[in-house]
Design a protein around this ligand. Structure first.
Ligand SMILES: [Zn+2]
Length: 398
């Protein structure tokens, strides 16, 4: 009989050996072994069960890497303690928790748990429902490379330090409703096979959704503003970006466009945030705001651009009109050059013609109004180009 546990490299084996494994690492525990497992797990010198509060307090390090947690046995495993799925609910982990490559075969409830130090779940698998609802993570939380085969609930949890969910896979719905991320949150290449809910959360640090897969969408922002409170402009930009992608994938192009506008505006804020004193950034932002945000909301609204075009045609007509009255410059008709044209209708005609870069030349400006006309044809040409961009964008997407 082999006395060495196959997971002995974790260095945390139990004395009880069976079929090539120790009790803790044994992958297919029978009922009796399961009972024994939970009894052994909490029956450590430095763990303390406070019966009144229904609370387990672990004073020492939880050195549980590679452990296979059997489904709850539902029977008392220790004095006063039920090895139920709620075993870890409200548990206080006073020191570091090492649960790398652990396996949870049943549902597991860490709701209300307090992790006073770093938690490492790297590479763990959860086959049942998992709840970390309202749990508090005071150190870094490494919940990366995990697999959640069923529902995972982190609602109301508080990550006081960095939270890393990168490369994890959520097969069931993932809830992060009202979750606080006080530092950076990483979801790099995380797969959400079902809906990922981030509503009502708060993000104070950086946010990274690079290569995140959202098969059924995400709820983190909405068209009316922010569903979550996101402090940093670069994090807001990231949130709007994935919300946009998610809406786009679900065919909600109008809402996706709205997110795109917000993404672009957050990008501007993030740039200003990074280089606060830069005059060139401020100038280019001012131009960007005037030329593509106000005029057509970053080429998402042809209606807005149409209104802009009409307004510009009237404004320039007004300038031609008043220019002729206030100075010697004026608008002349090539067929009647003895006196300037003064009707507003003619000014509108000239303005529309110049704006569309048509330039018949039957009416023409003199004096400084020539330069105004030159400027208007530039503005007009740019506006026409924006129309093309808007429609090309719309059709290219469908
Ligand atoms: Zn072992």
């Amino acid at each position: 009989m082999n006395d060495q546990c196959r997971k002995s490299h974790f260095g945390n084996c139990s004395d009880i050996r069976a079929e090539g494994y120790c009790l803790f690492h044994h992958p297919d525990k029978n009922h009796k072994q399961s009972q024994l497992f939970y009894a052994q797990l909490v029956d450590e010198e430095d763990s303390d069960y406070v019966e009144d509060d229904d609370q387990l307090v672990l004073a020492g390090r939880a050195d549980w890497a590679g452990y296979v947690f059997p489904p709850p046995t539902g029977k008392p495993a220790n004095a006063g303690l039920t090895a139920s799925s709620r075993l870890f609910a409200n548990t206080v982990f006073s020191r570091e928790v090492d649960l790398r490559r652990a396996r949870f075969d049943g549902q597991v409830d860490f709701s209300g748990a307090r992790f006073e130090d770093r938690v490492d779940f790297t590479g763990s698998t959860f086959s049942g429902h998992v709840s970390f609802a309202r749990s508090v993570f005071k150190g870094g939380a490494f919940i990366n490379h995990c697999r959640f085969a069923s529902r995972a609930d982190f609602s109301g949890a508080a990550f006081r330090w960095d939270a890393n969910f990168s490369f994890s896979e959520f097969v069931g719905p993932a809830r992060f409703a009202g979750t606080l991320f006080a530092a950076d949150a990483s979801f790099i290449a995380t797969i959400f096979a079902r809906y990922a809910e981030f509503t009502g959360g708060e993000f104070r640090g950086r946010l990274d959704f690079t290569h995140t897969v959202l098969r059924q969408g995400v709820g983190i922002c909405d068209a009316g503003g922010e569903v979550s409170r996101i402090h940093r402009p670069d994090a807001r930009r990231e949130a709007f970006r994935i919300q946009k992608d998610s809406l786009q994938a679900n065919g909600r192009t109008a809402d996706a466009d709205e997110m795109y506008v917000q993404e672009m505006r957050s990008r501007r804020q993030a740039e200003t945030h990074r280089t606060p004193g830069s005059l060139s950034i401020r100038l280019s932002h001012l131009l960007e705001t005037m030329l593509v945000d106000w005029t057509c909301k970053y080429a998402t609204s042809w209606q807005r651009l149409l209104v802009t075009a009409v307004v510009l045609i009237f404004v320039f007509a007004g300038i031609y009109h008043s220019g002729g009255m206030l100075s010697t410059a004026g608008i002349y008709d090539m067929h009647r050059e003895d006196e300037p044209v003064t009707t507003f209708g003619a000014m509108l005609y000239l303005s529309a013609q110049t704006f569309s870069v048509l330039g018949y030349g039957d009416l023409y400006p003199t004096g400084w109004l020539k330069y105004i006309a030159g400027l208007q044809s530039l503005v007009g040409g740019f506006t026409m180009a924006l129309f093309v961009v808007i429609f090309a964008r719309r059709w290219a997407r469908e």
